[in-house]
Each structure stands twice: as C-alpha cells, then as structure tokens.
Design a protein around this ligand. Structure first.
Ligand code: FUL
Length: 622
C-alpha cells in the first residue's frame, strides 16, 4: 500500500516537473490512496498494465482445453471418485494426434485435465493410488501428462495443466491442512517433472452442497508453489492472473475491462471486497468508472472464455452429432478473441484416446476460416501507434473496390486499457456512413457490419481514460456462414397425450424448453405417458433463462406401470455441472424399464434452495 502511494506521488511529480512526462505504470494491481478522487482513480486505472506472462498469455488468443479422464470412460461429466481405475483404458491413445490436430487448428497451447473432480490422476502420482498407475492402460506404466508434454515439445505447442481443487476421491479432502499438503504435493509433481508449464487452471466448481465436506484452501501457499516452480506460468480462475468470463457458453462481454475491480477469489479479502462492491465473476460490469469510484483496488485480471466444442466437457459418443457448427464457433471467436478475451476451446479426446474425426475436421475448418478472413487487411496503413485523444478521428484508405464487413482494432495494453467508446464509419458515394460502434477495445476488438465497398474508413475515439494507444486497425471481408442450428431433440417418445399426475405442470412436458414449470419446494414431477414404453433413459432440460433458480442438482428417477409401485432406475443421480453449463442432460440407464409412469424427484437444487424448475423433460428409448 505504502509503496503504491509513493509510486503515485512520484508519478504525479514526474508529470508535473518534466516537459515530456514519463508515464508510470502499475503492474497487475493498483491500490488507490484513501483520498483519491474518482477522476484520479480513473487516471491511475488507465496506467494499470499486465505482467509479462499475462501479456504473453493474451497474445496467444487461441488455446485448447483437453478434458480427458475417468469420465471419458464412464460417460459422466462429474465422477464421484468411486469408479474403479480398471475402467481407464484408452485403446489407441496418441497425444501426437491431439497436438497435430490442435496445431492444424491454430491453437497455441494445450491444457489438460490432469485431475478432474473425481480425483483420478492422469499421471503416476506418488500422492494417491487413484491414478493411471492402477489402470490396465499400458499395464499401469503409462503417463498421459508425460505423453502430452512430449508431443507439445515436439510440435512447438505451449502446455498447461488443470488440477481440480475439489477432489471427491481423496479421503483427506475436507481435513483442510492435510488436503492442502496433498494438493501442493500433486501440484509440485506436475510443476517439477514436466518441463515448462504456461497456465495452471484451478476450477472454482465445487458441488459438495450445504452438507458436504468443507475444504479451506491455503491459496497463498498454493500460488506461492506456482510462482516458485513455474514463474512464467499464469494462474487461472481460482488463480490471480486469468479471470473466468462468467459462463461456459462462449459468451464474452461487449464491454470487457481487463483492469477490473473484481478481487481474485484466492485472496483472503476477496469475499469482503467483492461483496462491498456488489460484484462477482458473472457480473456484467467489472470495470466501469462508477465501479472504480467505489473501489479501493484494481487488478489486471483479463477474461478467458472457456467453452466446449460439444455440449459436455468430456467426450460422449452420443454427442458426435452435436459438435458445434463452424458458424457457431466463428460466433464464439468474435465473442471471445474479438471481445478482449482469450478463447479456451475444449476438444475432448474420446475413449480410444484420440480426438474424434468430426472435431478434428471442425477445428481445421475454424482455423482455415479465421486464417482466410484475416489474411488480407484492406487498409494499407493500419499498423503503427496512433495516440488518440478523446474526439480524435483517423481516416484510412481502403483498397479500391474491396468488399468489407469486419473491423479490427487493438490497443497497446502494455500502456494500459483506455478506450471507452469508439465509432467506425465508412465513406462511399461521397458520404460518410455509420458502420459500427463499440465501447472497450483492449487487446483486440472485432466488429461485424453489413457488406460494403468503402473508399475510406474513419475511426473516432469518443471516450477514453486519457490518451489511447491504438496500435492496429484492420478491415476485412468474412464469408457469410449459414448455421443450420441443429434442433435438439428432448424426447424419443412423442409427448402428445402425456399428463402430469396430481398437479398441472404441462409446461414441463410440452416438448418446448422455452416454457418452464416452476414450483416452490423440492417438488417431484409425475408423468403419465398414457401407454407403456421401454424407457432406457430420460432427458432433463433446465429452464432456458438467465435465472436458473429451481434447477435440479441431485435427483432420483423412478418408473411405474400402475402409478402406485415405483422402481428406482439406475441413474447417476446428479446433473453434475448444470449450474455452469445449463444444457439438456441426457441420462441413460444402460438397460430398459417398462413403464407407463415416470417420476423425477429433486433431492437438491443448484443453490440449495427449496425450489424446483423444469424447462422440459423427455424419455429416451436407447
Ligand atoms: C467446470 C467443471 O465443473 C467442469 O466439469 C469443467 O471442468 C469446466 C471447465 O469447469 O467448472
């Protein structure tokens, strides 16, 4: 704190005494003096900059997540830590195939789930028996982390690890000092034995619920371990270098500040400070002037958009038809990389231990499309520093007769993120016309507009925190893409004639996820299908609105032929990651049950509330 005040006084002094003022920058964090005015705070915010590793991370733009582990073999999204290591047995695991596909797909880093919430370790750790060393794969002599590391080395790909803090297998989980020691040992193995690690990802997810085990993490010691063993790595999500964008749907913010008031969750004062400001990682506004006026500190804490190429994070064969389309992925690219974020796209290897052919082809299509779109900048003199004051405009000549529909602009973030409002106009037929406008820019901002053939474009900086440092302006043409938009089927059996028993909950069984049924309490839903069916599974679609209140987390599902005698079905009993990824969950029993009635009983709600909501429910025949 003292040091910051001193730097601030020094900075002001430098500005006052020299004719060519030297700017002082605050790396990663700035604490405001108690008497700083809102304007002084904004001015200081404009000089908050990334660390060298944060900058290097941001410049990668495009990184790949690899969810692989026990869930790949059980079909779950979250394992409970009780599945036998015997189940882990990829038949053709080939990490070189993964890395080659990622390289062809334009990715700069591969980040693997070395341990997911089930606690199963993909490397032969000394800390637990729950790892590859007790699996049949390579007779227990294999090491997925090593194979991936070697492949990354061979093909020049950066390497990162995801290590889930939540561990449903470790007996010591919840005995805080013992688990912290265990976790740090795991981290130490990963960060000592596998060469350079560029990103360490600590998931914030923890589904233990109100009566579950409570682990108090020693984040200070955990982050210190990383700084000591891998000083060049960024730490993500529960780490303090990279911030979760706030959803798993690939949606970045229109206004995305890297200089934010959000205190990283791993800092002791984070809860108090974020509560005082009324913000959380999902909040819409993390860096406005209004927020800065109330904040005591700001952090360079840039956004990462993590999203899966498939509905789930892990590979499930029944999702082979539901791999995101090229148009959908391109939209995600614009909403992540094009909105001042890094994209972390998950491409989960399958049971063979290979990236599935459909996914390989899709990421290649994406990379080709992006490569082609941005290969030809239609403005000749877009690169170079433009120091723009508020109200300044700059015109750029456009290649004659060229069709354009995409605008790119970048700020030099090593001097801070400053632009708050800008306008783009195109000149054709003797007049200037509106093309697009935006708020923040940051490392990169992409805007799309209708096809046009301008002679010139004009950029106007309408709002900024001091002088903006624009380093790059581009104009491009992106081929239009048609998104077939796969219609999601929620039930194999027609819902016509279905009735709910004992209550009117028609909205839950009308085949339309858009209409929801909501009830107070953890209320079971009983459905009479009117005739017997051989049910092999069911589908639960949560409400398709922002407010997920009532969404079921743990449940029981049972069937009946007479509506009186019920048989519980063999189901996982948990819509594992539904809170962060509220997609329809397809549950398969592995066998068929003859039933005319079915019952879904909520056991817990995602936030522990006594409420139930269902967007829609359907049954599966295979
Ligand atoms: C979530 C986890 O619970 C998911 O399983 C997945 O790993 C995703 C990236 O983060 O919070």
């Amino acid at each position: 704190m003292k040091k910051t005040i001193f730097t601030w006084i020094l900075a002001s002094a430098l500005v006052a005494c020299t004719s060519q003022p030297q700017e002082t920058f605050y790396e990663k964090q700035v604490t405001f003096p108690a008497d700083a005015t809102p304007d002084q705070k904004v001015e200081m915010a404009s000089r908050l900059v990334p660390t060298a590793q944060q900058l290097e991370w941001q410049q990668m733009e495009f990184t790949a997540f690899l969810h692989f582990g026990m869930n790949t073999f059980t079909g779950n999204e979250w394992g409970d830590g009780k599945d036998s290591p015997e189940l882990f047995n990829p038949s053709e695991l080939d990490c070189e195939q993964w890395v080659k596909a990622l390289k062809d797909g334009g990715f700069k880093m591969a980040l693997i789930t070395a341990k997911h919430h089930d606690g199963f370790c993909l490397w032969p750790t000394a800390t637990t028996d729950y790892s590859v060393k007790n699996s049949p794969w390579k007779d227990g002599k294999g090491d997925v982390v090593r194979e991936l590391r070697d492949a990354c080395e061979k093909y020049g790909m950066k390497f990162g690890v995801y290590l889930s803090p939540w561990d449903r297998n470790a007996e010591c989980y919840g005995d805080s000092p013992a688990y912290n020691k265990f976790f740090i040992e795991q981290l130490t193995e990963l960060l000592s034995n596998y060469g350079e690690v560029h990103e360490v990802w600590f998931d914030g997810a923890n589904g233990e619920g109100p009566n579950g085990k409570k682990q108090i993490y020693d984040w200070e010691a955990i982050l210190k371990t990383i700084r000591t063993l891998q000083p060049k790595a960024v730490t993500a999500i529960m780490g303090d270098d990279v911030r979760w964008v706030g959803n798993e749907g690939g949606l970045g913010r229109e206004t995305e500040w890297s200089a934010t008031a959000l205190t990283p969750g791993s800092y002791t004062h984070s809860a108090a400070s974020n509560e005082a400001l009324g913000i959380k990682p999902k909040a819409k506004d993390l860096g406005s002037r209004e927020l800065i006026a109330k904040a005591k500190q700001l952090y360079w804490y840039p956004s990462e958009v993590d999203v899966s190429i498939r509905p789930g994070w892990f590979y499930h064969a029944d999702q082979d038809e539901r791999v995101r389309s090229l148009a959908n992925l391109v939209n995600i690219y614009y909403q992540s990389v094009g909105c001042n974020s890094v994209l972390l796209l998950n491409i989960p290897p399958d049971k063979r231990g290979l990236i599935h052919e459909v996914d390989v082809q899709r990421i290649k299509e994406l990379s080709d499309y992006i490569g082609k779109t941005f290969a030809n900048n239609l403005v000749a003199d877009g690169e170079g520093l433009w120091k723009a004051q508020i109200g300044n405009s700059k015109e750029y000549e456009v290649k004659s007769g060229a069709l354009a529909n995409t605008f790119l602009i970048q700020e030099d973030i090593t001097k801070g993120q400053r632009v708050e409002d800008f306008l783009v106009e195109v000149y054709s037929n003797g007049a200037w016309q509106y093309a697009a406008e935006g708020t923040t820019i940051g490392y990169k901002r992409l805007l799309r507009f209708s096809d046009c053939t301008p002679e010139k474009i004009r950029v106007t900086i309408r709002g900024a925190r001091g002088v903006a440092n624009i380093t790059n302006v581009g104009l491009y043409y992106a081929e239009p893409l048609q998104d077939e938009g796969t219609k999601v089927k929620l039930s194999d059996v027609s819902v016509e004639g279905w009735k709910t028993v004992g209550m009117d909950a028609q909205a839950a069984i009308d085949g339309d996820r858009g209409t929801a049924w909501k009830a107070e309490g953890l209320t079971p839903l009983v459905v009479d299908m009117g005739k017997e069916e051989a049910i092999a599974g069911f589908c639960y679609a949560p409400v398709s609105e922002e407010n997920l209140s009532g969404t079921i987390y743990k449940y029981r599902f049972s069937v009946s032929t007479d509506g009186q005698n019920w048989t519980p079905c063999d189901a996982h009993g948990e819509f594992s990651n539904i809170m962060h990824n509220p997609i329809p969950y397809y549950v398969r029993f592995g066998k068929a049950y003859i039933a005319r009635y079915f019952k879904l009983e909520p056991i817990s709600e995602i936030n522990g509330e006594a409420k139930t909501s269902i967007g829609d429910i359907g049954v599966l025949l295979k």
